[in-house]
Design a protein around this ligand. Structure first.
Ligand code: ATP
Ligand code: PRP
Ligand code: MG
Length: 282
């Protein structure tokens, strides 16, 4: 049986379960359920703190898990990302009171509060900066106002929390992160069940990122049209009943939909239709 770790709380929990549901797996109906058995897929889901997931997977108790790249790095667990999942995006940044710290090099001798001690310590060591790292559990933005720290290193998404705490970012981000599927390091092959999970999740990601575009185009313009919509592999081109015209079907990135329709229209395409992809396996 395949054993999968899924975040039980926090920003990754809902989108992770949503993605697994779209991939055809059974998920919990009550947020207090800690284990869900999915007999149809011979799979068991363990709902764990996102921070602990890399530990379980790294130690080999669970086959794979969904967590943040930043949490994986911070844990130091022997697990590797195998598939980026396209949600839970964030940057990890330095912040302090405006004007208090000009650059990362000015952190020498200062106190830095963070919930990501592993990430911050290895970054500072790598840069040869000696500073005191104060490990807090969360709400680290408040530590500066209360005089516990001179600067913080934390996840920034919209920046609202920083602004509300009167803090300003400085320096380059320490890292960028998104949700990833992870598995234990040093495994030769993952097995058929993990391969199937990866294919299903990949299908969901592609279905979210792409749409299907159909259009009609004069035969002579097909090469130019296909250059605009090359698709993932190759577009389907079929003759129309009206002589001299072709129908083209291709996958197009969702966010480029309107720009591509404009280009096709200018080229001479007509009857341009866009349809959502509900599921796919490529
Ligand atoms: N706006 C956000 N705030 C916090 N984490 C975010 C945000 N956007 C994405 N993430 C990602 O979500 C993960 C952190 O999840 P979460 O906040 O649930 O963990 P936590 O802070 O350890 O737990 P909790 O906040 O429930 O105590 C990280 O990978 C982080 O990069
Ligand atoms: O840039 P923003 O959109 O404001 O998001 C970033 C904030 O969200 C997270 O906190 P979370 O809600 O996870 O609480 P925590 O600090 O207790 O972990 C993170 O630690 C920041 O404080
Ligand atoms: Mg948090």
């Amino acid at each position: 049986m395949l054993r999968i770790a899924v975040p039980n709380k926090g920003s990754l929990a809902e989108p992770a379960s949503q993605m697994l549901t779209e991939a055809g797996y059974r998920q919990r109906s009550d947020s207090r359920e800690l284990v869900v058995h999915d007999p149809e897929n011979d799979t068991e889901f363990f709902f764990l703190r996102p921070r602990d997931i890399a530990v379980y997977v790294g130690a080999g108790q669970l086959d794979v898990g969904i967590t943040g790249e930043d949490l994986l790095l911070d844990s130091g667990a022997k697990a590797d990302p195998i598939l980026p999942l396209g949600f839970g995006g964030s940057t990890f940044r330095w912040a302090a009171m405006p004007g208090a710290v000009a650059s990362v090099d000015d952190l020498a001798g200062k106190r830095i509060a963070t919930a990501y001690e592993g990430v911050v310590t290895s970054y500072l060591t790598g840069r040869g900066i000696a500073a005191e790292v104060i490990r807090l559990d969360g709400a680290v933005e408040t530590s500066v106002k209360l005089g516990v720290a001179d600067a913080i290193a934390d996840v920034v998404s919209t920046g609202t929390t920083l602004r509300n705490a009167g803090l300003e970012v400085f320096g380059e981000p320490l890292l960028t992160s998104e949700a990833v599927l992870i598995r234990r390091q040093d495994v030769e092959t993952s097995g058929a069940a993990v391969d199937q999970l990866v294919r299903r999740l990949h299908g969901v990601i592609i279905a979210r990122q792409y749409v299907l575009m159909d259009y009609d185009i004069p035969e002579g313009l097909v090469p130019q049209a296909v250059a605009i919509t090359p698709g993932i592999e190759s577009p389907t081109v079929s003759p129309l009943h009206e002589r001299g015209w072709c129908a083209v079907r291709s996958m197009v990135r969702r966010r480029e939909t309107n720009a591509i329709m404009d280009q096709l229209w200018d080229l001479g395409a007509r009857g341009i239709l866009v349809t959502a992809i509900n599921a796919c396996r490529l």
